[in-house]
Design a protein. Structure first.
Ligand SMILES: [Zn+2]
Length: 318
């Protein structure tokens, strides 16, 4: 059930919940899993939340209506899961889906299709999906899951609402980065320790996600990211940390461009490469300068919203 994920995926969870509360859901969601292992589970929990007349999210609000029961027993005609057939997801699988979903749903309810490993759509399947996304039939919702978002067609990505997942916190992978960054930020042992044990990884994920979005979507970041970002970094102290992380991150991108080993974000190699490919040395130095300059403003007269807007605009111009 959806409420199971509130701790592990707080941001994604909130977006999902809001979609119902505000009755604004997208025709297509792209789950950027970032190695998170329970993508399909949460997609099904989300599907149940959307389809159940009580918006099932925990045991106290439903879990025993006909819809919930049918989903649990995989009897639900309104949900379809598409997985790679062998190495690829093929056009025939998409055609089959469209045939099934074109007939109006019996309950007049929404229909949901989930595509796992969406980066494995072959070209003709991707084009077929694209057509489906371009003219989404009423009440049909797509959920695409992927660990390699940038292998999807740009035109598909742009038609989806992207939900970026946090990695499984218990994976050991990010330990080196976390410690290196913690040591840079805090001299005092207790502060360092609470960073490591508590907020460190989520701050790092948050900052990387923000930068990747900004690098790709430029000014759109103001609309799509700033609000969520400021909910995480919601006071002066935290915002200073965020800006420090921005600087460290871009310094590592600089290292990447110079073929020097990264000092802080060593566990996030792939994202560094991605950003390095979009910038030259001069641009990165310029970006670091902008961030450091704006960081000074945090100490004074802080209007965090304006500050973040300004950051986005200045960085987008570089
Ligand atoms: Zn239900």
């Amino acid at each position: 059930m959806l409420d199971d994920y509130v701790k592990e995926q707080p941001i994604v969870y909130r977006v999902m919940k809001n979609s119902i509360n505000k009755n604004q859901f997208s025709h297509a969601y792209l789950f950027e899993l970032n190695g998170y292992s329970k993508g399909l589970d949460i997609a099904l929990a989300f599907a149940k939340f959307l389809l159940c007349p009580n918006n099932y999210s925990n045991l106290s609000n439903c879990g025993n209506c006909v819809q919930c029961h049918n989903i649990d027993t995989s009897n639900f005609l309104e949900i379809k899961i598409i997985r790679p057939d062998g190495q690829w997801i093929k056009k025939e699988q998409l055609d089959e889906l469209q045939r099934q979903f074109m007939t109006k749903s019996l309950s007049g309810n929404k229909k949901i299709y989930i595509i796992t490993e969406a980066d494995k759509l072959n070209i003709s399947a991707a084009n077929s999906l694209l057509k489906f996304l371009e003219e989404p039939p009423e009440g049909i919702i797509a959920i695409l899951l992927t660990d390699n978002m940038y292998q999807l067609l740009e035109t598909i990505i742009s038609r989806c609402q992207i939900l970026s997942f946090k990695k499984n916190i218990n994976s050991n992978q990010e330990k080196n980065s976390l410690q290196a960054i913690g040591k840079y930020l805090y001299n005092e042992k207790s502060l360092y320790e609470s960073f490591i044990a508590d907020v460190g990884l989520s701050y790092i994920d948050e900052v990387i996600e923000y930068i990747l979005f900004l690098e790709k979507k430029k000014e759109e970041t103001i609309i799509y990211k700033n609000k969520d970002f400021l909910e995480v970094f919601n006071d002066r102290q935290k915002l200073m940390v965020a800006f420090d992380l921005f600087v460290l991150y871009y310094k590592d991108v600089l290292n990447k461009l110079l073929n020097i080993e990264s000092s802080y974000f060593c566990d996030y190699e792939q994202s560094l490469v991605e950003v390095a490919n979009k910038n030259n040395l001069k641009q990165i130095s310029e970006k670091i300068k902008i961030i450091m300059k704006l960081k000074v403003n945090i100490k004074y007269n802080l209007n965090a919203n304006l500050l973040m807007d300004k950051l986005v605009i200045l960085l987008s111009e570089v």
